[in-house]
Unconditional design. Structure first.
Length: 158
């Protein structure tokens, strides 16, 4: 980014598809919340299954205790299978709201797409059309947003 500091200019990328993408994201807030909830539930069930497997493998249990744990393990595996199906179907429906084949422009599943990484890396600013900047002064200074590490999301409540 030395160009910004030495020459005072920035790069701006115009992405016409962005306007529709933002509109669809705004409309699908409840779906994204549901997907996040399903992922958290899946993770919780998987953690419980791993603890049960650990107990079955390494703890000194009676046959009765083993039977109970195996039964609980089987029930949790069925629950996990159901959650995974719900999650897969919900993700596919969400994906197809954007583009039937490619899905979201800036996402691949839950992560940023290659295109999104390139936008972040090479464009100081991006918008859906040049006229988006029509109401701002040409002297306005655009500052970058703060970067966060994964552990900061829970700590900062993001």
């Amino acid at each position: 980014m030395c160009c910004v500091y030495l020459k005072g200019w920035r790069t701006m990328l115009v992405i016409p598809e962005l306007e529709q993408e933002v509109k669809l994201q705004s409309e699908s807030k409840s779906t994204r919340k549901e997907l996040r909830h399903l992922r958290m539930e899946r993770d919780s069930v998987e953690d419980t299954i791993h603890r049960l497997e650990w107990s079955l493998q390494f703890e000194d249990l009676t046959e009765n205790e083993k039977g109970k744990l195996l039964s609980e393990h089987d029930n949790l595996l069925q629950k996990l299978k159901g959650i995974r199906c719900l999650l897969r179907d919900a993700q596919m429906q969400h994906h197809q709201k954007f583009h039937k084949v490619w899905g979201q422009l800036m996402k691949t599943g839950y992560q940023n797409s290659r295109f999104a990484h390139q936008v972040e890396r090479f464009a100081c600013l991006y918008c859906s059309q040049v006229t988006d900047f029509g109401l701002y002064s040409p002297n306005k200074y655009y500052r970058p947003s703060e970067d966060y590490m994964p552990h900061e999301f829970d700590v900062l409540g993001l």
